[in-house]
Ligand binder design. Sequence first.
Ligand code: GLN
Length: 194
Amino acid sequence: MVKSKVKIGVLALQGDFAEHISVLDNLNVNCTIVKKPNELSDINGLIIPGGESTTIKKLIDRYDFEGEIKEKVSLGMSVWGTCAGLICIAKKLTEPEPIPMNLINAEVSRNWFGRQVDSFESDINFSGIEEKIKAVFIRAPIVNKVSKNVEVLSKLNDGTIVGIKENKILGTSFHPEISGSTKVHEYFVNLTKE
Ligand code: GLN
């Protein structure tokens, strides 16, 4: 269990933010949902959840979040994008939409594994976590290309990249918040403390 003084915000515009809050609550981490840019002011880390990336990014734009998020990142805030969240933080997408925020130097492809019915689970290694973690992929994106400053944390057996980190920005293709394991949340809290 992580006992922590950091406060984690979960962007609650669309998607499965409640599941992240529930894992953080179980870990006894101070956390809050974030619905407006001024609510970023007292958090140390931000989770952008899975959902529908075009919708999430539209709402990020509508509520003027992007500039505030970038300002907070420049001051040391950590960010973790899961699935649609990873799409939103990428530098570039292979699809025309949405226009990502360029918080991590990576190119991402959406819906890589096909449609909702092609969702699957896999036990994967994650650098920095000793045990294998159960990863749930739901219409998941993958990471196509990374720059040399980006650390690859997790790959599928075929070499497909599904977990990355650059400084305090973390991206995962999969959904740890619905897997039953709290390990990636603990990893993110520790990254936030650095
Ligand atoms: N396929 C979704 C998108 O492109 C992401 C799915 C998810 O977050 N589980 O936004």
